[in-house]
Design a protein around this ligand. Structure first.
Ligand code: FPP
Length: 259
Protein backbone atom coordinates (compact mmCIF):
# COMPACT_ATOMS: atom_id res chain seq x y z
CA UNK A 1 0.00 0.00 0.00
CA UNK A 2 1.12 3.56 -0.76
CA UNK A 3 2.83 4.31 2.54
CA UNK A 4 1.19 7.64 3.25
CA UNK A 5 -2.31 6.18 3.30
CA UNK A 6 -4.02 5.16 6.48
CA UNK A 7 -5.46 1.69 5.88
CA UNK A 8 -8.05 2.36 8.60
CA UNK A 9 -9.53 5.33 6.75
CA UNK A 10 -9.67 4.10 3.20
CA UNK A 11 -12.67 5.31 1.22
CA UNK A 12 -14.99 2.54 0.09
CA UNK A 13 -16.02 4.28 -3.10
CA UNK A 14 -14.17 6.81 -5.25
CA UNK A 15 -15.95 8.42 -8.20
CA UNK A 16 -14.11 10.40 -10.87
CA UNK A 17 -15.26 12.98 -13.41
CA UNK A 18 -12.63 12.50 -16.11
CA UNK A 19 -12.28 15.81 -17.89
CA UNK A 20 -9.76 17.58 -20.08
CA UNK A 21 -9.00 15.14 -22.91
CA UNK A 22 -9.72 17.81 -25.51
CA UNK A 23 -7.57 20.43 -23.76
CA UNK A 24 -4.73 17.96 -23.36
CA UNK A 25 -4.73 17.39 -27.13
CA UNK A 26 -5.19 21.10 -27.89
CA UNK A 27 -2.13 22.03 -25.84
CA UNK A 28 -0.10 19.73 -28.08
CA UNK A 29 -1.76 20.88 -31.30
CA UNK A 30 -3.21 17.41 -31.70
CA UNK A 31 -6.72 16.43 -32.65
CA UNK A 32 -9.12 15.79 -29.73
CA UNK A 33 -9.13 12.08 -30.63
CA UNK A 34 -5.56 11.73 -29.33
CA UNK A 35 -6.65 13.16 -26.01
CA UNK A 36 -9.39 10.55 -25.74
CA UNK A 37 -6.96 7.81 -26.67
CA UNK A 38 -4.54 8.87 -23.93
CA UNK A 39 -7.54 9.22 -21.63
CA UNK A 40 -8.42 5.57 -22.17
CA UNK A 41 -4.83 4.60 -21.22
CA UNK A 42 -5.17 6.67 -18.04
CA UNK A 43 -8.36 4.76 -17.18
CA UNK A 44 -6.50 1.48 -17.06
CA UNK A 45 -3.64 2.83 -14.91
CA UNK A 46 -6.09 4.22 -12.39
CA UNK A 47 -8.19 1.04 -12.31
CA UNK A 48 -5.12 -1.09 -11.60
CA UNK A 49 -4.00 1.22 -8.80
CA UNK A 50 -7.48 1.05 -7.29
CA UNK A 51 -7.25 -2.71 -7.30
CA UNK A 52 -3.73 -2.67 -5.81
CA UNK A 53 -4.77 -0.57 -2.83
CA UNK A 54 -7.94 -2.61 -2.29
CA UNK A 55 -10.48 0.08 -3.17
CA UNK A 56 -13.82 -1.77 -3.35
CA UNK A 57 -15.67 0.63 -5.68
CA UNK A 58 -14.38 2.92 -8.44
CA UNK A 59 -16.88 4.75 -10.64
CA UNK A 60 -15.81 6.68 -13.73
CA UNK A 61 -17.93 9.19 -15.63
CA UNK A 62 -17.08 8.07 -19.14
CA UNK A 63 -19.90 9.47 -21.32
CA UNK A 64 -22.54 11.87 -20.18
CA UNK A 65 -25.94 11.79 -21.79
CA UNK A 66 -25.86 15.54 -22.48
CA UNK A 67 -22.32 15.57 -23.79
CA UNK A 68 -23.01 12.80 -26.22
CA UNK A 69 -25.71 14.93 -27.78
CA UNK A 70 -23.46 18.00 -28.03
CA UNK A 71 -20.26 16.47 -29.39
CA UNK A 72 -19.83 16.16 -33.16
CA UNK A 73 -21.04 12.81 -34.51
CA UNK A 74 -17.52 11.83 -35.60
CA UNK A 75 -16.22 12.36 -32.07
CA UNK A 76 -19.05 10.34 -30.51
CA UNK A 77 -18.37 7.55 -33.00
CA UNK A 78 -14.69 7.64 -32.10
CA UNK A 79 -15.49 7.46 -28.38
CA UNK A 80 -17.74 4.45 -29.04
CA UNK A 81 -14.95 2.71 -30.97
CA UNK A 82 -12.52 3.53 -28.16
CA UNK A 83 -14.87 2.07 -25.58
CA UNK A 84 -15.33 -1.08 -27.66
CA UNK A 85 -11.61 -1.62 -27.97
CA UNK A 86 -11.06 -0.77 -24.30
CA UNK A 87 -13.58 -3.44 -23.31
CA UNK A 88 -12.10 -5.97 -25.70
CA UNK A 89 -8.42 -5.41 -24.94
CA UNK A 90 -8.49 -4.98 -21.19
CA UNK A 91 -10.53 -7.95 -20.03
CA UNK A 92 -7.40 -10.03 -19.45
CA UNK A 93 -5.84 -7.25 -17.39
CA UNK A 94 -9.09 -6.81 -15.46
CA UNK A 95 -9.01 -10.50 -14.61
CA UNK A 96 -5.31 -10.38 -13.68
CA UNK A 97 -6.18 -7.53 -11.30
CA UNK A 98 -9.37 -9.14 -9.95
CA UNK A 99 -11.47 -6.22 -11.29
CA UNK A 100 -15.17 -6.64 -12.01
CA UNK A 101 -16.78 -4.30 -14.52
CA UNK A 102 -20.33 -3.01 -14.60
CA UNK A 103 -22.20 0.01 -15.98
CA UNK A 104 -24.71 2.67 -15.05
CA UNK A 105 -26.66 4.93 -17.39
CA UNK A 106 -29.17 4.64 -20.19
CA UNK A 107 -26.99 1.99 -21.76
CA UNK A 108 -29.91 0.58 -23.74
CA UNK A 109 -29.57 3.62 -26.03
CA UNK A 110 -25.98 2.78 -27.00
CA UNK A 111 -25.23 1.05 -30.32
CA UNK A 112 -25.77 -2.71 -30.24
CA UNK A 113 -22.16 -3.54 -31.12
CA UNK A 114 -21.01 -1.52 -28.07
CA UNK A 115 -23.58 -3.21 -25.85
CA UNK A 116 -22.41 -6.58 -27.04
CA UNK A 117 -18.83 -5.74 -25.90
CA UNK A 118 -20.19 -4.38 -22.62
CA UNK A 119 -21.98 -7.64 -21.91
CA UNK A 120 -18.86 -9.58 -22.88
CA UNK A 121 -16.60 -7.66 -20.46
CA UNK A 122 -19.18 -7.76 -17.68
CA UNK A 123 -19.67 -11.48 -18.04
CA UNK A 124 -15.94 -12.24 -18.34
CA UNK A 125 -15.12 -10.32 -15.13
CA UNK A 126 -18.26 -11.23 -13.19
CA UNK A 127 -16.55 -13.53 -10.69
CA UNK A 128 -13.79 -11.10 -9.71
CA UNK A 129 -13.92 -10.01 -6.10
CA UNK A 130 -11.54 -7.03 -5.99
CA UNK A 131 -12.42 -3.56 -7.22
CA UNK A 132 -15.77 -3.09 -8.93
CA UNK A 133 -15.22 -0.67 -11.80
CA UNK A 134 -18.46 1.07 -12.74
CA UNK A 135 -18.45 2.95 -16.02
CA UNK A 136 -21.12 5.63 -16.29
CA UNK A 137 -22.11 5.48 -19.95
CA UNK A 138 -24.79 7.65 -21.50
CA UNK A 139 -25.35 8.69 -17.91
CA UNK A 140 -27.07 11.74 -16.44
CA UNK A 141 -28.07 12.01 -12.78
CA UNK A 142 -31.37 13.73 -13.49
CA UNK A 143 -32.36 11.10 -16.00
CA UNK A 144 -31.35 8.46 -13.44
CA UNK A 145 -33.77 10.12 -11.00
CA UNK A 146 -36.48 10.25 -13.67
CA UNK A 147 -35.96 6.53 -14.35
CA UNK A 148 -36.05 5.82 -10.60
CA UNK A 149 -39.24 7.81 -10.01
CA UNK A 150 -41.00 6.21 -12.96
CA UNK A 151 -40.38 2.76 -11.55
CA UNK A 152 -41.07 3.84 -7.99
CA UNK A 153 -44.39 5.48 -8.87
CA UNK A 154 -45.44 2.45 -10.93
CA UNK A 155 -44.73 0.19 -7.94
CA UNK A 156 -46.46 2.54 -5.50
CA UNK A 157 -49.59 2.54 -7.71
CA UNK A 158 -49.50 -1.21 -8.23
CA UNK A 159 -49.18 -1.87 -4.50
CA UNK A 160 -51.72 0.82 -3.59
CA UNK A 161 -49.28 2.58 -1.21
CA UNK A 162 -49.71 6.16 -0.13
CA UNK A 163 -47.00 8.76 -0.91
CA UNK A 164 -46.24 9.31 2.79
CA UNK A 165 -44.83 5.81 2.94
CA UNK A 166 -42.00 6.65 0.53
CA UNK A 167 -38.65 7.03 2.31
CA UNK A 168 -35.15 8.08 1.26
CA UNK A 169 -34.19 4.43 1.38
CA UNK A 170 -36.90 3.64 -1.18
CA UNK A 171 -35.53 6.25 -3.57
CA UNK A 172 -32.03 4.86 -3.08
CA UNK A 173 -33.34 1.40 -3.96
CA UNK A 174 -34.60 2.55 -7.35
CA UNK A 175 -31.34 4.21 -8.45
CA UNK A 176 -28.91 2.49 -10.84
CA UNK A 177 -26.51 2.38 -7.88
CA UNK A 178 -28.92 0.68 -5.45
CA UNK A 179 -26.40 -2.07 -4.68
CA UNK A 180 -23.45 0.30 -4.15
CA UNK A 181 -22.35 2.51 -1.26
CA UNK A 182 -22.44 6.27 -1.94
CA UNK A 183 -19.08 7.72 -3.03
CA UNK A 184 -16.88 8.91 -0.18
CA UNK A 185 -14.68 10.93 -2.52
CA UNK A 186 -15.41 12.59 -5.87
CA UNK A 187 -12.39 13.62 -7.93
CA UNK A 188 -12.66 15.97 -10.89
CA UNK A 189 -9.77 16.62 -13.24
CA UNK A 190 -8.94 19.72 -15.29
CA UNK A 191 -9.93 22.26 -12.69
CA UNK A 192 -13.64 22.75 -13.27
CA UNK A 193 -15.62 23.31 -10.07
CA UNK A 194 -18.79 21.56 -11.18
CA UNK A 195 -20.53 18.26 -10.55
CA UNK A 196 -21.99 18.15 -14.07
CA UNK A 197 -25.07 16.06 -13.38
CA UNK A 198 -23.04 13.16 -11.95
CA UNK A 199 -24.54 11.00 -9.17
CA UNK A 200 -26.44 13.94 -7.70
CA UNK A 201 -28.40 11.97 -5.13
CA UNK A 202 -25.41 9.84 -4.16
CA UNK A 203 -22.92 12.68 -3.54
CA UNK A 204 -24.99 14.43 -0.87
CA UNK A 205 -22.18 13.98 1.69
CA UNK A 206 -19.26 13.17 -0.60
CA UNK A 207 -15.92 14.95 -0.22
CA UNK A 208 -14.85 16.70 -3.42
CA UNK A 209 -11.29 16.96 -4.74
CA UNK A 210 -10.57 19.05 -7.84
CA UNK A 211 -7.20 18.92 -9.56
CA UNK A 212 -5.90 21.09 -12.41
CA UNK A 213 -4.31 18.02 -13.96
CA UNK A 214 -5.92 17.01 -17.25
CA UNK A 215 -7.34 13.48 -17.38
CA UNK A 216 -4.79 12.01 -19.87
CA UNK A 217 -2.02 13.00 -17.40
CA UNK A 218 -3.83 11.51 -14.40
CA UNK A 219 -2.28 8.36 -12.91
CA UNK A 220 -2.87 6.07 -9.96
CA UNK A 221 -0.48 8.10 -7.80
CA UNK A 222 -2.69 11.17 -8.28
CA UNK A 223 -5.72 9.25 -7.11
CA UNK A 224 -3.72 8.17 -4.06
CA UNK A 225 -2.79 11.80 -3.38
CA UNK A 226 -6.47 12.69 -3.54
CA UNK A 227 -7.24 9.87 -1.10
CA UNK A 228 -4.49 11.17 1.20
CA UNK A 229 -6.08 14.62 1.11
CA UNK A 230 -9.46 13.01 1.83
CA UNK A 231 -8.00 11.19 4.83
CA UNK A 232 -6.91 14.51 6.34
CA UNK A 233 -10.48 15.80 6.28
CA UNK A 234 -13.01 15.46 9.00
CA UNK A 235 -16.31 14.22 7.64
CA UNK A 236 -19.45 15.62 9.14
CA UNK A 237 -22.33 14.16 7.12
CA UNK A 238 -24.27 17.36 7.61
CA UNK A 239 -23.71 17.32 11.38
CA UNK A 240 -21.37 19.36 13.53
CA UNK A 241 -17.73 18.46 14.12
CA UNK A 242 -16.81 16.72 17.35
CA UNK A 243 -16.07 19.00 20.26
CA UNK A 244 -18.20 21.92 19.14
CA UNK A 245 -21.60 22.64 20.49
CA UNK A 246 -24.53 23.85 18.49
CA UNK A 247 -25.05 27.60 18.72
CA UNK A 248 -27.64 28.11 21.36
CA UNK A 249 -28.92 31.45 20.17
CA UNK A 250 -31.07 31.92 23.27
CA UNK A 251 -28.02 31.84 25.57
CA UNK A 252 -25.88 34.31 23.59
CA UNK A 253 -25.66 37.88 24.83
CA UNK A 254 -27.39 40.15 22.32
CA UNK A 255 -24.12 41.86 21.34
CA UNK A 256 -22.60 38.51 20.30
CA UNK A 257 -25.45 37.50 18.09
CA UNK A 258 -24.60 37.17 14.45
CA UNK A 259 -27.70 37.19 12.31
C1 FPP B 1 -13.74 14.72 -21.29
O1 FPP B 1 -12.82 15.27 -22.15
C2 FPP B 1 -13.65 13.33 -21.14
C3 FPP B 1 -14.50 12.43 -21.68
C4 FPP B 1 -15.08 12.40 -23.01
C5 FPP B 1 -14.85 11.33 -20.82
C6 FPP B 1 -13.79 10.32 -20.63
C7 FPP B 1 -13.55 9.47 -21.80
C8 FPP B 1 -12.43 8.79 -21.93
C9 FPP B 1 -11.37 8.78 -20.91
C10 FPP B 1 -12.22 7.99 -23.16
C11 FPP B 1 -12.35 6.53 -23.06
C12 FPP B 1 -13.14 6.00 -21.96
C13 FPP B 1 -13.12 4.70 -21.66
C14 FPP B 1 -13.86 4.19 -20.50
C15 FPP B 1 -12.37 3.74 -22.46
P1 FPP B 1 -13.34 16.51 -22.98
O2 FPP B 1 -13.33 16.15 -24.40
O3 FPP B 1 -14.65 16.99 -22.45
O4 FPP B 1 -12.20 17.52 -22.63
P2 FPP B 1 -12.24 19.10 -22.76
O5 FPP B 1 -13.20 19.57 -21.69
O6 FPP B 1 -10.82 19.47 -22.49
O7 FPP B 1 -12.69 19.41 -24.16
Amino acid sequence: MYRRLDPERMPQHVAIIMDGNGRWAGKRSLKRFFGHQQGAEAVQYVVETASRVGLPWLTLYAFSLENNLKRPRTEVNFLMRLLKSYLTNNVQRMNDNNVRIQYVGRTEELPEEVRERMRYAEEATRKNTGTTLTLALNYGARSELVDAFRRLVADVQRKGLCPEQITELDIHRYLYTAHMPDPDLLIRTSGEMRVSNFLLWQIAYTEIFVTERLWPDFRGIHMLEAIEDYQRRERRYGGLSDGTESDDVESLPANQMVV
